[in-house]
Design a binder for this molecule. Structure first.
Ligand code: AMP
Length: 234
């Protein structure tokens, strides 16, 4: 093994809370992926973070676990907001929060996206949710109608920021960012870092820690590879 490669600590060493650690054991995650090992300590401390990483690297747990560990969810008003480019990702991320946080009391993560019943979403929001994961257009709709309040948001995540840029959501994203409290923690994840994304990070994040995960470091390839020379059969 390359001695210079990131040492993979275990989840307990990263400082996650014990209910989450117990839950990870149940889920069957044995060790953190590189992006998790690198991001979790900073996000646990409440710092802002820019992570260059693709889907498949375990980036959802890299932000979900420390935020679930750090915040308390007693207020029944959204504490965490995640922006995603697509409804599929919104559903996937909300589900991940629900799974990772299943050891926490009655945690509710709601995906909010266009093309689905507004009425149902409003009903869910009225009942009280802890985490909202949504696409920019529908989130703006709720904010304009007053059916979603973001004044208690403690942490905000921009997931697949370059996809949001590519899909023309950048102005909407900035508008939403401007409607969240200034003292929030912010994490931005993107597979690529075009200038427009760097500008967002510069304007909306506070002294963010920068982390880059190479394509090779996918969770699926956390398999140790080695080889040995064998003598040719005579
Ligand atoms: P993501 O990049 O967040 O879409 O995650 C990719 C896949 O890796 C998902 O199916 C996760 O459930 C899985 N995963 C994330 N972190 C770990 C881990 N530490 N150990 C095993 N599987 C993981």
């Amino acid at each position: 093994m390359d001695p210079m490669s990131t040492p993979i600590l275990n989840f307990a060493e990263l400082g996650l809370s014990s209910p989450l650690l117990a839950n990870l054991k149940k889920i069957g995650y044995q060790s953190p992926s590189p992006i998790q090992a690198k991001s979790i300590p900073y996000l646990l401390k409440g710092q802002d973070l820019v992570g260059q990483a693709q889907t498949g690297t375990g980036k959802t747990a890299a932000f979900a676990l420390p935020l679930l560990s750090r915040l308390n969810f007693e207020q029944r008003e959204p504490s965490i907001l995640v922006l995603t480019p697509t409804r599929e990702l919104a559903i996937q991320v909300a589900k991940a929060f629900q799974v990772y946080g299943s050891s926490l009391k009655k945690l509710k993560a709601l995906p909010v996206y266009g093309g689905a019943s507004m009425r149902e979403q409003i009903q869910q929001l009225k009942k009280g949710v802890d985490i909202v994961v949504g696409t920019p257009g529908r989130l703006m709709d709720h904010l304009r109608r007053g059916t979603l309040q973001l004044d208690k948001i403690k942490a905000l995540v921009l997931d697949e920021a370059d996809e949001m840029l590519r899909m023309g959501f950048l102005e909407d994203v900035q508008w939403i960012l401007d409607h969240t409290p200034n003292n929030r923690q912010t994490a931005l994840f993107s597979a690529t870092m075009p200038q427009a994304i760097r500008n967002i990070a510069q304007k909306h994040l506070k002294n963010p820690k920068e982390i880059t995960i190479k394509k090779e470091s996918l969770t699926s390839s956390q398999i140790k590879q080695s080889y040995c020379f064998a003598k040719r059969r005579k």
